[in-house]
Design a protein around this ligand. Structure first.
Ligand code: BTN
Length: 262
């Protein structure tokens, strides 16, 4: 087993300016890398935490994130900014794209898809998830914590989950993937701030797991059914219901419906 190594991760960040801006914490065990960064009282532009293990890894919608020691990536990034908060409404969708791009770039895996809003899937099984949390501070500052859980070297055979090990039958050095993720995510964040989400829509279309499928989405207490028809430049899911009426959803949890709508 190759352990996480702070020096190796930093060396793998080829952009010198970015490397010098990063305040990186590599920990053995922590409750949650997101919670750790949220409680940290420093104000660097970008602070990053990765841990071998999380004892209280958190997922979206109050779920827990399975975080065994030494096998997978649990990585959180925190930025302080005074940019308007709506610039970051689609950040977790962008980070989902960043993850797919990194796995392609490193030649690890090609056929990866993104299930709106930000789950990474391989052949109907979940490979990775993202939890983004925003905190407001005085003087119009916000801090954004984006946490990524990516299943790398765990074995998930016979479950609804998957890992790079299960997909490719190989084990991976997480340090290399983390350096690439940091670089890609920072570049994509800069691009989001300067050009907006429109710049990512074409990539989204390439990776859209739900596109043209019959889905049900739980949205607060309603269940909305229809055919998934992409997303708009606000990152909202577009659904065509049985009367071909368009519905746009800001958030929710989509599942595939087994039957065709009449
Ligand atoms: C989800 O799909 O539900 C989101 C999962 C996010 C898990 C990651 S692991 C690193 C970071 N720390 C946490 O406690 N959660 C995120």
């Amino acid at each position: 087993m190759i352990l996480l190594n702070k020096e190796q991760i930093l060396r793998g960040i080829y952009d010198e300016q970015l490397r010098s801006q990063v305040n990186l914490h590599v920990l053995n065990t922590i409750d949650s890398t997101n919670s750790f960064l949220k409680s940290l009282n420093t104000h660097d532009y970008i602070t990053i935490c990765s841990a071998e293990q999380q004892t209280n890894g958190r997922g979206r919608l109050g779920r827990t994130w399975h975080s065994p020691s030494g096998e997978n990536i649990y990585l959180s990034l925190r930025w302080f900014t005074n940019e308007p908060i709506d610039r970051f409404a689609t950040l977790s969708l962008v980070i989902a794209i960043s993850i797919v791009e990194v796995l392609k770039k490193l030649d690890i895996c090609n056929n990866i898809a993104i299930k709106w809003p930000n789950d990474i899937y391989y052949k109907d099984k979940k490979l990775a998830g993202i939890l983004t949390e925003i905190t407001h501070h005085p003087d119009n500052y916000i801090s954004i914590v984006a946490g990524l859980g990516i299943n790398i070297n765990s074995n998930f055979e016979n479950t609804n989950w998957t890992s790079l090990l299960n997909i490719t039958n190989k084990k991976y050095d997480r340090n290399i993937i983390i350096s690439e993720l940091i670089t890609q995510i920072q570049n994509d964040l800069n691009r989001l701030i300067t050009s907006g989400f429109d710049d990512f829509l074409q990539l989204w279309q390439q990776y859209d797991y739900l596109y043209n499928k019959n889905i049900s989405v739980t949205y607060f207490n309603n269940i909305i059914q229809g055919i998934a028809a992409g997303i708009n430049s606000l990152g909202e899911l577009r659904i065509l219901d049985k009367d071909k009426k368009e519905i746009y959803l800001k958030s929710g949890e989509a599942t595939l419906s087994p039957t065709r709508l009449k």
